[in-house]
Structure formats: C-alpha cells, structure tokens
Design a protein around this ligand. Structure first.
Ligand SMILES: Cc1ncc(COP(=O)(O)O)c(C=O)c1O
Length: 392
C-alpha cells in the first residue's frame, strides 16, 4: 500500500491510540437478554441503552419485523425519490404525523439523516441559526452543511437566546435549533419560553426530540405534549432508535415544509429508504406506545427508584429530569477508573469526556429502561456505590 500523508495521520493519531489502549468504546456484546448483556462471557447489567420503553424485545415488535421481511424482503432497494418508496413508508409517516399532531412526516434510515435534513433541507447560507451549545452532532452537521451563520447560546437559557436574537437584523431568516430532551444531560428544554421568543422574533423552530418521544408527555408524545404545546414547533426531528425500538429517524411538521425538504435535502434525496423490517418494528412500537401505557408507567417508576438511590449515594446527576441520567465525576482519570471498576463488577455504562461534554463534566452516561427489573436497579445501585466510593 502507498504511503501518504493521510495514512500517516491515521497511523499516528493520538486519540485513536488512547482509545485503543484504554478501550472504553466499540464493545461487542455476545448475547442480550432483557437488560442483561454478555461481554467476554461475563453477564452485565446494561445501564446505558436507549431502549427507554423496553420494546426492543417485545414479541409484537419482533413479529412485525419478521412479517415485513417475508413480505417485502430485506431492503427498500433505493432512495425514496426514485425506486425506494413503499406503502409501509407512507403508513408509518401518517401514523407518526398523527402521533405528533402535525400534517406530515418523513422517515429516513437513520436519525442522524433526519436531524441533518431538518436543517440542511430548510436553511440557506444567508440565514442565521441560533443553536443551543449542547445540541447533538447530527444537528451541527446539518447546520454546517447548510452554510448558514451560527450563533450559539448557553444551554437551555432563554435569556442567552434572547440576547443573541436581539442583536440580529429583523430582515434575516432565523432558525432556532435545540433538543427537547438532552441525551447526555437528561435536561428538558424550556419550550414555552423558546416558543415565545420565536413568536416575537420570527424564528423558525427545529427541535430534536429523539430522547423525549416515548419518555415524556402524558402519553409519550414527547416534549411538545409535556408542555401542552402539540403542533407548535415548526419541525420535530428525532430517531427511531430510542423508545421506538428500531433504527431510523423522522422529521415531522407542516406539509409544505416537508415537501420543500423533500426537494432540497440531500440526505433525503441521495440516501436509500428505511428498510421494511426497520419501518415495521417502528410502527409496532408506536402502536404499543398508544395501546400499552404501562411501559411508560414502568419507565417513570424505575427512573424514580434509580434516582432516589443515586441521591442516597450522593452521586451528582447534573439535574437530570428524565430517564437519561448522567453520573458526573468531573475528572478524566477518575471517570475512567470508575467506568473500568463497573465493568469489572458487571455494570455497563458509557464514559463521556470533553469535548463530547463540557470541561469538568466528565461523566458516565446511564439511562433507565422500562425493561429494568427491581433487581437490575438495586444491584446496579449497589455496584455503583462500591465503585464510586473506591475512587472518591
Ligand atoms: C439527540 C440525538 N439526535 C439524533 C441522533 C441520531 O440518531 P440515530 O442514532 O438514529 O442516527 C441521536 C442518536 O444518537 C441523538 O441522541
């Protein structure tokens, strides 16, 4: 193979060398049963999945995926604009639009594409995007690709947003980008305050609710339902890979907006449609969210149980308001040691370090599922207590 600058960059990269040395990422479980996973033959409590409602292994979700595979085959075989569109795509989109109280919806094969699309498909290089500092990488990618100017505001801070907006020309097209529920922090956005600023200053609103849908709101419709604001955000984007128990993503909003996005979004035009089994699993999960509220009730009870245990242990959860629960450590080496100790004790968490989180917020990301048993939570807390005490 030819030597080249790019090859040398890859071979000598310090971040990759560190990752391979300490190996906290890219694990491959050999087996999974409920919230237990097996790594190198050892059973572990899975404390970091996004299967919030525990529907990933629900028999109806599995059956729906199997039936779709039989009926349609494994692939959608193309992009939606050409040969990839199928009746099951439209059916899921109609059901999602109905769920969110919007006129229309468009699904993609990954939430990353949907979130990018919702910005790149609408914004132009002459626009200004006001972005919460802590938004997901997919939204930053959409902003970057749109080439709009970006003004960052402090996380979840309407005053900081307002200050930035007031400095802007009223003639500019302005877009506000934020998350409904933040995946790392578990914080809920101050949606009513944001909507008020949006209304007063002509801001188009894009909200990523990947971690809100299924998790908050009386019937699991996410952040808009939580604040009684159904239908008031211009575009809701998100992922099917959390409470909706499969992979893929969606953008929901008014019909005219989605038709415009279908014309201009590169992620929508040039990427193959979501596969039959993915779409069928999401549709089944959506039906379960509507028909079986007990999953959400269990998630709420499990989260309360877990958080009250963490409080007794004196572990800082960064004010998490949802089932995404960060365990703040605030020191890179300590975070790594605690993460490793937990692996040794049979608890799987995800370590997150700057620049993924702000400096001094080195953390272990944990998330609660409706599928966690009381034993999972109590054993998990017990082991967390031991690991944190050892390195405090
Ligand atoms: C907030 C948020 N937005 C978007 C995505 C992207 O979704 P997907 O994993 O389906 O590509 C994720 C997933 O990690 C996420 O957490």
């Amino acid at each position: 193979m030819l030597d080249s600058l790019v090859r040398r960059r890859a071979v000598k990269d310090d971040s990759t060398a560190m990752r391979l040395k300490y190996s906290p990422y890219y694990h491959h479980f050999e087996r999974q049963d409920g919230c237990r996973v097996w790594l190198e033959g050892r059973e572990m409590i899975q404390l970091s999945s996004n299967d919030y409602l525990g529907l990933n292994q629900h028999p109806k979700v599995i059956e729906a995926g199997q039936k779709a595979l039989k009926k349609w085959g494994a692939s959608s075989t193309g992009s939606r604009i050409s040969n990839g569109g199928r009746a099951y795509h439209r059916r899921l989109e109609d059901k999602l639009a109905d769920f969110f109280g919007t006129q229309d919806c468009h699904i993609h094969s990954a939430g990353y594409l949907s979130c990018m699309s919702s910005i790149q498909g609408l914004a132009t290089r002459n626009d200004v995007v006001f972005a919460d500092r802590n938004i997901h990488s997919s939204l930053w990618s959409g902003i970057g690709m749109s080439r709009a100017r970006v003004e960052k505001f402090s996380h979840n801070d309407p005053n900081s947003l307002l200050r930035a907006v007031e400095l802007e020309s009223p003639k500019k097209a302005k877009i506000l980008v934020f998350e409904g529920v933040y995946s790392m922090e578990g914080h809920i956005a101050p949606l009513p305050e944001f909507l008020k600023i949006a209304q007063n200053h002509d801001l188009f609103t894009v909200m990523d609710d990947a971690h809100g849908v299924g998790v908050i709101g009386e019937t699991g419709r996410g952040t808009t339902e939580h604040f009684d604001c159904l239908g008031k955000v211009d575009l809701i984007c998100g992922s099917l890979s959390k409470a909706l128990a499969t992979t893929g993503g969606y953008v929901a909003g008014d019909k005219e907006l989605l038709e415009y996005m279908r014309t201009h979004s590169k992620q929508t035009i040039f990427s193959a449609a979501i596969s039959p089994a993915q779409a069928a699993c999401a549709e089944a999960a959506l039906e379960l969210i509507k028909a079986e509220p007990e999953h959400l009730t269990r998630l709420i009870n499990n989260t309360k149980h877990y958080k009250s245990g963490l409080e007794k242990l004196g572990i800082d959860t960064w004010g998490s308001q949802t089932a995404a629960v960060p365990l703040i450590i605030g020191d890179r080496l300590k975070a790594y040691k605690i993460w490793k100790e937990l692996i040794a004790q049979g608890v799987f968490t995800t370590i997150s370090l700057p620049p993924s989180v702000p400096p001094n917020k080195e953390l272990l990301r944990t998330a609660i599922s409706a599928a966690h048993t009381v034993e999972d939570i109590e054993q998990g807390l017990d082991r967390l207590g031991t690991a944190f005490n050892k390195f405090r």
